[in-house]
Design a protein around this ligand. Structure first.
Ligand SMILES: Cc1cc2nc3c(=O)[nH]c(=O)nc-3n(C[C@H](O)[C@H](O)[C@H](O)COP(=O)(O)OP(=O)(O)OC[C@H]3O[C@@H](n4cnc5c(N)ncnc54)[C@H](O)[C@@H]3O)c2cc1C
Length: 400
């Protein structure tokens, strides 16, 4: 049985961020670390985006950043925010994995394993990011944010389809509630489009849903993700209406389009699909073990943002590593945990109100909103957001 000073269970975002932080601050010079990760190969599988409210180690993995964004409500009303101080950054996970692994592989004290079969887990301090919860598709109890994102490349410039004034590569759409065709409009599920323009030919389109487990079924093969994506392309006139004809014809057409076939006008460069748990998995303090990443409660439940919290947690562990078994458990500031708890109760009770509640959050000052959503707001900024919420709905949320 092999023994190590530290073991990281899960070489994903949190596990690798932590290992990298320990390595660059020389905490692994005379300590051994094992990283346990079952995946066969590291490829780009996620785009981690966030407002850069604090520094991080992965500036060189940023695919693109934006200072301007908009939010659109169900009726097409739009709010724009410009904020240079806190750019919105999108990290390419492929670049992240490459950078971190290249660095870690140079240190002989760091070893990689696919499982824990030959490792003595009892002699080490363990940082755990293994998920031990019901999978998204089987979970009818908890809320998840789930999505399908496609990077689409068009032959002609996107400005040609959308009008040069409409398509601005420097402005992204955080939430567009006005893109759902009636066929999938249901009040108990919250859904919106997230649109990141990459350059004049490339755009990342993500259909995002908040619901309890399982992709909602509509009786169509690819519904509802494909409907929202294809409807967006139809509105932009990149494709004709794909939903006309017999069920078989429609299924066949959708099947092809979602694979990037069946149209000369665009192709699909990259696809990501996933689900973020909008609940914090139960955290039992175990001696010599700390949970990190999603399992460690690093997700902001009202937004799904996790990446920067993971970086802060890694930094905290690095600073306390010499006395880690005695260190206080790192958690998000209690005021955000409290707000999000009420927010999730309101979401459960009044899903139909959520698009307007999200929209209202964005009706204030850019800086306050971003700091509030990124766990960095002061009391005045907190109040400026909270006062925009429907008061009775939230007060009732306190008691139920
Ligand atoms: C597609 C996607 C996009 C996201 N986009 C954003 C974003 O834009 N901004 C943001 O802030 N957050 C985002 N998130 C949320 C969050 O930042 C990511 O989920 C992040 O990867 C969480 O890091 P983690 O280390 O906890 O989990 P992971 O990165 O998933 O790493 C966990 C690792 O452990 C392994 N593992 C897990 N469970 C087990 C097990 N039981 N047995 C063996 N191995 C196991 C997995 O193979 C994985 O490599 C996104 C999440 C997803 C899924």
């Amino acid at each position: 049985m092999k023994e190590f000073d530290y073991i990281i269970l899960g070489g994903g975002c949190a596990g690798l961020s932590l290992a990298y932080e320990l390595e660059i601050y020389n905490k692994l010079k005379d300590k051994t670390l094992a990283i346990i990760e079952p995946r066969e190969e590291y490829i780009r599988d996620k785009t981690w985006s966030f407002w850069k409210v604090s520094s991080h180690n992965f500036e060189d993995c940023v695919k693109k950043s934006w200072a301007l964004f908009n939010v659109k409500n169900r009726y097409g009303k739009e709010i724009k925010h410009y904020i240079n101080e806190y750019p919105y950054q999108a990290i390419d996970s492929g670049l992240f994995y490459k950078k971190v692994l290249n660095t870690l592989k140079k240190n002989k004290n760091i070893s990689f394993f696919k499982n824990t079969n030959d490792i003595n887990l009892n002699k080490s301090f363990i940082f755990n990011s293994f998920l031990n919860i019901k999978k998204f598709k089987d979970d009818k109890k908890n809320y998840w944010q789930h999505f399908l994102g496609l990077e689409i490349e068009t032959k002609k410039k996107l400005g040609y389809w959308l009008g040069n004034n409409e398509y601005n590569t420097n402005e992204f759409t955080l939430m567009d509630f006005d893109t759902v065709p009636n066929i999938v409009k249901r009040l108990s599920e919250i859904n919106f489009m997230y649109v990141l323009p990459i350059d004049e030919h490339k755009v990342f389109l993500e259909t995002t849903w908040i619901s309890k487990g399982g992709v909602p079924e509509d009786g169509f093969k690819y519904a509802p993700y494909s409907y929202q994506i294809l409807e967006q392309l139809r509105r932009w006139s990149i494709i004709d209406n794909p939903f006309l004809g017999s069920d078989e014809e429609v299924d066949d057409r959708i099947d092809k389009l979602m694979k990037g076939e069946g149209s000369e006008k665009f192709k699909i460069n990259y696809r990501e699909q996933g689900a973020i748990p909008l609940f914090h998995p139960e955290y039992k303090r175990i001696k010599n073990q700390i949970n990190i990443g999603s399992v460690g409660g690093m997700t902001r439940l009202s937004t799904g943002y996790t990446f920067l919290n993971i970086q802060e947690h890694s930094n905290y562990i690095m600073k306390n590593i010499d006395n880690i078994s005695e260190a206080k458990i790192f958690e998000q500031n209690k005021k955000y945990l409290f707000f999000d708890k009420i927010f999730m109760k309101v979401l459960e009770k009044h899903p139909e109100k959520m698009p307007e509640i999200f929209f209202n959050i964005f009706s204030g000052f850019s800086k306050s909103i971003i700091k509030f959503l990124s766990n960095k707001s002061n009391i005045v900024e907190d109040l400026s957001i909270i006062l925009k919420m429907p008061k009775w709905t939230f007060i009732k949320g306190l008691f139920k």
